[in-house]
Ligand binder design. Structure first.
Ligand code: NAD
Length: 423
């Protein structure tokens, strides 16, 4: 999966991680060629009428990396930094993720290069509907199933669902509600999907703590990003007796060494749309934030946060990657030198796609599972993946990220060998 680009890119990181794992297990060179490329890349430029009547042309992406294990699956991101390179990387990570946790999905990702904070509610609705229309039959409930990611949520999924089914023949509309996951529960969503990624992060941290015989009661943690993944991870770690000591979002970084109540912070954020001004929070700079002395760091924002420039600042026992791609290869190396443990993204944040799979299954079977069932099944699948990664790290005497890739690649290689290449 060699990349020839000069500038470092997120996708280049994926390629280098892939090569490292593939070299170590002597991966089949022919299958390496297949997985080293994305299968389909769709770029759409589409017009949207703004509230004042003028038209903007927006650019959206959907990249489908691989579907040998099942339909393409992955989120949609609305962010100014969305481009083909980032979407390729995110799509590829989705393939590995589903393979590790043994769910029958392939990998895809998409998004729109847009700053959603600049648009009204009704403009965002029209942007979403027009993007869905532009994607047309490039997505589908048995073909490619989007979900929420950065700056998208259950409301946006509901608009996609409504637009997609409205463009289907009347008799097949109800049979298509599994076109997206992460929908509102009343519109066919699953209980537990909203918190699923954070819940999965916490289940993997719990496994790590068991392995290390480390008591989470009284442990300290800090979180970058207080959106879906960051806020739920923070909230769900609290019952273990762990203490949140710092948090950062797009507006800045804050600390309270005496402990921040994540439930109260979340309520405050929902009301004020900022972390600023909450109780005893003190604003700190980004370097001080990364240098926070704590047991656990959860990056839950964007890519390339732990790098050659920043990794040496970290002062923790473990990094649990809620975000996709928060650590680059140099960052990984520094963390290894510092003997900081790593729960890599492609297992740590797999709770989201696991519960998306449960939502998809419930829609297909016209079932509605209770939260206890969702959480129990999520726990089983994510812990299974975690254990496979741990076993591969031991067997190949390698770091956990490479081990996670090895688990994914071994499964994909087996399937390709069983099925062969058409014709
Ligand atoms: P979100 O939009 O709900 O939250 C993103 C958070 O990151 C916000 O708090 C935002 O303020 C913060 N942020 C953005 N830029 C920042 C910056 N430069 N510095 C600090 N904070 C910044 O998104 P999310 O769904 O929570 O996704 C977060 C990460 O988790 C992404 O990498 C995403 O791909 C990954 N992820 C999400 C899911 C899911 O189910 N939502 C599943 C797996 C992985």
């Amino acid at each position: 999966m060699k990349e020839t680009q000069q500038a470092a890119s997120v996708y280049q990181n994926v390629c280098r991680q892939f090569d490292k794992a593939a070299d170590l297990i002597d991966f089949d060179p022919e299958i390496r060629k297949i997985l080293g490329k994305t299968q389909n890349e769709v770029i759409v430029n589409f017009p949207v009428i703004m509230d004042d009547g003028h038209i903007e042309i927006l650019t959206g992406y959907r990249v489908q990396h691989n579907n040998v294990l099942g339909p393409y699956k992955g989120g949609l991101r609305y962010h100014p930094a969305v481009d083909i390179d980032e979407v390729r990387a995110l799509a590829t990570w989705m393939t590995w993720k589903s393979a590790i946790v043994n769910i029958p999905f392939g990998g895809a990702k998409g998004g729109i290069q847009v700053d959603p904070s600049k648009y009204s509610h009704s403009e965002l609705q029209r942007i979403t509907r027009r993007f869905t229309f532009a994607l047309g039959c490039n997505i589908g409930p048995e073909f490619d199933i989007p979900a929420p990611d950065v700056n998208t949520n259950a409301q946006i999924m509901a608009w996609i669902l409504d637009t997609y089914v409205s463009t289907q023949p009347p008799h097949s509309r109800q049979a298509n509600v599994h076109i997206v996951t992460g929908k509102p529960v009343e519109s066919g969503g699953s209980l537990g999907r909203d918190k699923a990624t954070g819940q999965g992060v916490v289940y993997t941290i719990e496994q790590w703590a068991n392995d290390r015989k480390f008591d989470l009661n009284g442990a300290t943690y800090f979180v970058q990003g207080f959106g879906n993944v960051g806020s739920w991870t923070s909230i769900l770690l609290k019952p273990y007796g762990a203490k949140l000591v710092a948090v950062e979002d797009i507006c800045g970084a804050y600390e309270d060494p005496n402990g921040i109540d994540p439930d109260e912070l979340n309520e405050y954020f929902k009301e004020k749309h900022t972390l600023d001004g909450f109780k005893n929070l003190k604003k700190i700079d980004h370097e001080k934030f990364l240098n926070t002395k704590a047991d656990i760091f959860v990056p839950a924002a964007l890519e390339n946060q732990v790098t050659s420039e920043t990794a040496s600042l970290l002062n923790v026992r473990v990094v649990a990657e809620g975000a996709n791609g928060p650590t680059d290869l140099d960052g990984d190396e520094i963390l290894q030198q510092k003997k900081i443990d790593m729960i890599p993204d492609i297992i740590c944040n797999a709770g989201g796609v696991i519960v998306s799979y449960f939502e998809w299954l419930q829609n297909k079977r016209s079932e509605f599972w209770d939260l206890e069932e969702v959480d129990r099944k999520l726990h089983r699948l994510i812990v299974g993946g975690y254990e496979r990664v741990r076993a591969a790290a031991k067997e190949y005497k390698t770091d956990w990220r490479t081990a996670a890739y090895i688990v994914a690649l071994a499964r994909l290689e087996k399937v390709y060998k069983e099925r062969g290449i058409f014709p």
